[in-house]
Ligand binder design. Structure first.
Ligand code: H2U
Ligand code: ZN
Length: 347
């Protein structure tokens, strides 16, 4: 029997942030990029769309009017999933039926007044305004007594169910730590208690040493395809130093975060020469008023595309019922992304 090589043989990889496993089947990618790579005709969008509910000056649902904003703009989601005025309550019937009231609220953030922009096409100085807005919102929302988790995210592309191409993200804030951050909270706490360093600090050191999965690096941040990546081109932006949350970033680090956000999304767009869809979001310390030395700021990118602008990875069948699975290894994905031109393909 030949020796086990994880570049050749089926194996499971462990995600130390969540405790989950994924199945990797590298033998299925001996010829990973056969078949035609389809291109979509680039969408031509106007700088201003009179029918867009996010463009400056336009009217939104419920008769609200957007100001004539010049940089970023944030507003309460007109169709919030979470609401602040929910009476406290619990439903319990034996061990099997349990429900609890949950308070919170949702906001929408416009990244730019320009309807035709996307993050990879924006200047780093403009993306820096988005980072500043995230910081201000995390701080203000986090101070609210009943809010313990602030989820900042971006859902991009109609394939991801995003309703509007105007560059925007969202914030959902709530009382309880939701599922994914709760898993990461537990795993990071255990690691920190054992080692006295954050899990992602140690992880980033190792990734920088090997360089195999590193996509880009600046003075304060690294973009990496995680060893345990589930989506074909999943990536993570991690601060090099242990930072519990956005507020611990200094001025340079905020700009470096913006720079890394751009570098990664430029790679993504160049991969299939399409405005690359993804769900991305920031994981950081809970806002429960406690110190969280175990928490290490990072941003996840989960893009659905597999082989081209139109061929998507489905997380169905075995993946729904057993484990997520991938063919192309994290190392192969990183290599492909790294080898791309560093300039946006439209430029
Ligand atoms: P997506 O990026 O997932 O499409 O979400 C856009 C959000 O914008 C969505 O949550 C909100 C929707 O509720 N929205 C408003 O708040 N006001 C509007 O006038 C339309 C959409
Ligand atoms: Zn618009």
């Amino acid at each position: 029997m030949e020796q086990f090589e994880f570049t050749e043989h089926s194996h499971r990889r462990y995600n130390p942030l969540t405790g989950d496993w994924i199945l990797v089947s590298p033998h299925r990618t001996k010829r990973p990029w056969q078949g035609k790579v389809e291109k979509l005709s680039g969408d031509q969008r106007p700088q201003y769309d009179p029918t867009c509910y996010l463009c400056p000056g336009n009217e939104r649902a419920g008769g609200h009017q957007n100001p004539d904003y010049k940089e970023t703009f944030v507003f309460q989601n007109d169709f919030s999933s979470l609401l602040p005025e929910v009476p406290k309550g619990e439903f319990k019937n034996g061990e099997l039926f349990l429900a609890q009231s949950e308070r919170g609220f949702c906001k929408v953030i416009c990244f730019s007044p320009r309807h035709d922009m996307t993050i990879p096409e924006m200047e780093v100085s403009a993306i820096r305004k988005v980072v500043d807005l995230w910081c201000n919102e995390y701080e203000a929302i986090g101070k609210l007594d009943y809010i313990n988790h602030v989820q900042i995210f971006e859902n991009k592309g109609d394939i991801m169910g995003c309703s509007n191409p105007h560059p925007h993200g969202q914030i959902w804030a709530q009382e309880n730590l939701p599922g994914e951050p709760a898993k990461e909270d537990k795993m990071q706490k255990a690691y920190y208690q054992k080692h006295g360093r954050t899990l992602l600090f140690d992880y980033v050191q190792e990734e920088l040493k090997s360089g195999e999965r590193v996509l880009a690096e600046n003075a304060s941040f690294v973009a990496v395809v995680p060893f345990w990546a589930t989506w074909p081109f999943e990536a993570m932006i991690v601060s090099k130093q242990a930072r519990q949350n956005l507020l611990q970033l200094n001025d340079t680090e905020r700009t470096d975060f913006a720079d890394m956000y751009k570098q990664l999304t430029v790679m993504y767009d160049n991969l299939f020469e399409v405005s690359f869809p993804y769900s991305a979001g920031i994981h950081q310390a809970p806002t429960d008023g406690q110190d969280h030395p175990e928490w290490h700021l990072h941003m996840h990118f989960f893009p659905p595309l597999l082989r081209s602008a139109t061929v998507k990875k489905f997380m169905v069948g075995y993946e729904m019922l057993a484990n997520p699975q991938r063919d192309i290894t994290a190392e192969q994905s990183a290599q492909r992304l790294r080898d791309l031109p560093k300039k946006h393909y439209k430029a």
